[in-house]
Write a protein that binds this ligand. Structure first.
Ligand SMILES: NC(=O)c1ccc[n+]([C@@H]2O[C@H](COP(=O)([O-])OP(=O)(O)OC[C@H]3O[C@@H](n4cnc5c(N)ncnc54)[C@H](OP(=O)(O)O)[C@@H]3O)[C@@H](O)[C@H]2O)c1
Length: 323
């Protein structure tokens, strides 16, 4: 297929584009930075500079690529685009990402339709954001947590927008769990090593994780099968923070994480961090396995963290695109 990957240079794009190329697809991948066009070419794709917030830029780039399928991986979470991470104010930290998930999705869908692309797959999110009234592990049937009245609400609304418009257009949303793998959690690991990533309360909140290579392979399958609907793309072991965080610290060679009371965490890190660590609801991958035939290379973060973190500087070395 001729495939257009919007956001081909991020942590997901850098694993997704080579997988698409290796399966024989002809890939065009975007960046906002002309200096990264070489990197895209080394992955075997045609690079194009595009601003996802500019309808004309998106329209031109997509039309020129004449794609059969369009994949949306545009976020602006890295310091280059978002500045310093601000966990207490996700509305500020994710302001551009939220625009890419609303306006950016609309521009990309319009351009895909104008170019006659028959398949559309977009990135969603399913880590700790399940319905707090429901069970600890949830399916695609249950509602996501809108985080109403908190600074996380605009981000959740942006995610809901993606799902609404992409599903209405007959596309698929791959809801990724918390991503790990080359380049994806270096900043969190650094905080863990400095003991600045504490457990909140008893750490009872559940999260789902997924390795980048598994997130990419599920996305390829959704595209190749012209899937429609929402798919939780998470690993086999949803787990409470009290389990995954100490394990992450141990794999990183760090001391055990400190514990902080809920009131202090709310003051320092805000509602989202507290909810994630105390009341988070995680997700089941049964539908993606059943309907897409998805098989995970890293079925659990337990082994995945160990593999990624105990091989010296594995993250950086394996993230290099071959020349
Ligand atoms: N589910 C999850 O847990 C999840 C999901 C996504 C990201 N993250 C985390 O977020 C962090 C940063 O992610 P990242 O490294 O992928 O970087 P990022 O800054 O989020 O960028 C992602 C992609 O979007 C592109 N992009 C940014 N602004 C754009 C715009 N205005 N128009 C079009 N494209 C645009 C980037 O292109 P250029 O930078 O080349 O211009 C890049 O290809 C990582 O730690 C990652 O793990 C987590």
């Amino acid at each position: 297929m001729r495939v257009f990957v919007a956001g081909g240079t991020g942590v997901v794009g850098r694993r997704l584009v080579p997988q698409l190329v290796s399966r024989g697809h002809l890939v065009t991948a975007t960046t906002t930075d002309p200096g990264k066009l070489d990197q895209v070419a080394r992955m075997g794709a045609e690079g194009v500079v595009m601003d996802g917030l500019d309808a004309a830029s998106v329209g031109q780039a997509v039309a020129a690529a004449r794609p059969d399928a369009v994949i949306h991986q545009m976020t602006a979470i890295s310091p280059t685009h978002a500045g310093k991470p601000d966990i207490k104010h996700p509305d500020r930290w994710f302001a551009l990402t939220n625009r890419l998930r609303t306006e950016g999705t609309d521009h990309l869908l319009a351009a895909a339709q104008a170019a006659g692309a028959s398949t559309f797959v977009a990135q969603g999110y399913a880590s700790w954001n399940g319905d707090p009234q429901g069970g600890w592990v949830q399916t695609e049937e249950e509602p996501l947590n809108p985080m109403t009245g908190t600074a996380a609400a605009p981000g959740m609304a942006a995610m809901a927008h993606i799902e609404e418009v992409v599903l209405a257009a007959g596309g698929a949303v791959t809801r990724y769990g918390a991503l790990y793998g080359p380049g994806a959690i270096d900043d969190q690991v650094e905080l863990v090593r400095r003991r600045q990533f504490p457990l909140v309360g008893r750490g009872t909140g559940y999260s789902s994780w997924v390795h980048l290579d598994d997130a990419a392979s599920a996305t390829v399958l959704a595209m190749e099968q012209h899937a429609t609907g929402v798919f939780n793309v998470v690993d086999d072991e949803p787990a409470p923070a009290s389990e995954w965080l100490p394990h992450l610290a141990a794999c990183a060679g760090a001391k055990r994480p400190r514990r902080v009371p809920v009131w202090l965490a709310r003051l320092l890190a805000g509602d989202q961090a507290v909810l994630m660590m105390t009341e988070g609801r995680a997700f089941s991958n049964a539908k993606a396995k059943r309907e897409l035939g998805w098989q995970l290379r890293h079925p659990t973060w337990r082994e995945g963290f160990r593999l990624e973190l105990t091989q010296a500087s594995a993250f950086r070395q394996r993230d290099e695109v071959p020349s």
